[in-house]
Design a protein around this ligand. Sequence first.
Ligand code: ADP
Ligand code: MG
Length: 396
Amino acid sequence: MKKIGILFGMENTFPNAFIERVNSKDSGFIAEAVTIDKVVQADPTEYAVIIDRISQDVPFYRAYLKNAALSGTAVINNPFWWSADEKFFNNALAEKIGVPVPKTVLLPSKERPENTSETSFRNLAFPMAWEEIFQYIGFPAYMKPHDGGGWKSVYKVVNPQDMWHKHEETGQLVMMLQEEIDFTDYFRCYCIGQKEVLIMPYEPRNPHHLRYAAEMKATGEEGERLLETIKDYTLKLNIALGYDFNTVEFAVRDGIPIAIDFCNPAPDADIYSVGRDNFEWVVEAAANMAIERAKAQVPGQTNLTWGTFVKDALGIPAQSSVAAPVPAEAAPEKAPKPAPASAKEVKVKTVAPKKAPKLVEDKGILPVPSEPTPKIPTKKAAATKAPAANSKLKKS
Ligand SMILES: Nc1ncnc2c1ncn2[C@@H]1O[C@H](COP(=O)(O)OP(=O)(O)O)[C@@H](O)[C@H]1O
Ligand SMILES: [Mg+2]
């Protein structure tokens, strides 16, 4: 019997519910937690499908999954693409495919990466065009890692001095500076298998345990249109990126949904965080998607999903993929016409309280330097360590 596996870390509620749901469906596949006792190059696994919920934190698992994919396991999400992807690229791609995103620029890291020296940065203008950057983005703004997640190192910055000051704390992280979206509505949307979308009103300004206890403000026809557009944008983004399990966040300004965060290939799906109804939806959708992929899986060939960004680059028609049986619905031409999300889909029940983490703004209460000294990077840019004289990287 072909198996469906789930690879996970500290999560307590989603993985077991997923396993039980698949096993309750009498699909011919058995679901279980993945067990790894040895990893040998080019060895196939016993899984037709593996749902990956943790490899972003465990490089050993990421390598295991790439090896598994090579021998036929349909790994969800595609570990090769996930390794390559990050938020800043996502924003740029969104702009190319016509999904509104906040104006965003990339900033060089405060500290130099390990094993680099000043000469590694000879291509960087000093100073950079800060005036133009600040004019383009405006203040207040958000400064956050270009490949971050989980609200880590997300700062609201109110002026250049504030930005420089907070940037001091960011070490070797590559940050981006982003226009603040002053929103009326905010949504977090699950997207499963590039076709199922659940739109959840979300209030990021609430304490953690109350963020899903939000009501959508837009009403009537305007509300319907908004939900249609959000569904359309959510599908567009995931079809372009090639994710089968992802969330997209939107902030709504002047009736326009603007995508804020859509690189979440192991999105929070804890019942105590998302609430019972949303949890039920995601467990069911993920179980159905995994079974569908297991049925389509062909042993001995790669069974990964690739986004249209990659397919277009390789000149592969959108309906097909290199070897993977990507569902026809995933192709842009055939993408389901966005139907209005049902009232049920946007209903959110209160969830059990959970300890609230510090809010973004909390991080920002720091003394502001008197002068807006450009510090990224100076010629002496936080060079705490000189590279070894024989450093290979130095020669490059
Ligand atoms: N450009 C922005 N405008 C308004 N709020 C933002 C913006 N960027 C981030 N935020 C707020 O900060 C939170 C965390 O940022 P996000 O980009 O989602 O990072 P993460 O991937 O770490 O969750 C968002 O949920 C939102 O509340
Ligand atoms: Mg987020």
